[in-house]
Write a protein that binds this ligand. Sequence first.
Ligand code: CP
Length: 305
Amino acid sequence: VKEAFRGRDVISIRDFTRAEIDAILELADSFADRRDSSLASHVLGTLFFEPSTRTRLSFESAVSMLGGRYIGFHEPGATSVSKGESLRDTIRVVEGYCDVIVIRHPLEGAARFAAEVSSKPVINGGDGANQHPTQTLLDLYTMRRAKGELDGLRVAMVGDLRYGRTVHSLAEALTLYEDCTLDFVAPAPLSMPPHVLAALEARGAQFREMVTLDELDEVDVLYVTRIQRERFPDPVEYERVKSVFRLDRATLGERHADVVLMHPLPRVNEIAVELDDRPTSLYFQQAHNGVTIRKTLLALLLGVA
Ligand code: CP
């Protein structure tokens, strides 16, 4: 199985079978505490055309813990992009400086385009409102560690389901597991896009849509997302929906008192700080698991797992 990952691109969660995802999650346990020199002489290129804390720093941490190095940028305005260099040319140049590339870009499809141009493996660190496959892997890893298995899970996704790429990838991934049920809780302007719902239907997913948390039955996991202000074409529309969900002890209530609470972060005001110390509030653990998953992926793609 490991050989199947060598040199591969990681662009969409749709490109992976359940067996492949399970293989990554199982291997990840052996990478949690791993620090060695298996990636010595390897270089990761990190091309971040959009802001990031977790994705960029956890990739940099992951390659460093395995003895590798990284180069890259997170302020495209300080690169030759500002002189008009095309994405194609940037990729053609950077592929000569590194062994694997992580790219985050505001345009949907940019990572797929980069992979087509590059002779080195490309990892999608988030492309617009489209996909964030490594976030999905760390989300699945976190859920599996918390609940024991992914089959049969009841997962509610809450917040900005329209522009939040993490929920698009995660919902599609969960359809690979038996008897998973998905609840989508969002105000109408932020509901799951029709093309994602169509893809879920085509995969035989069981899902329900609702607009308030009051309608939500007991679930195993509550996956909360930030309202993606930067993707709203109209700031007035953002102002209207920006505080539509705010979870605290009162809004969680008895029904969701013990629910596993996850969030890809950053949060703005969706989850009150008073919930941070609940044993099943896992969002910081989730972020930390990103290093484990990204170590595993880098080792697989570079053939040292
Ligand atoms: N979850 C996530 O992608 O966070 P960053 O935007 O900080 O990378």
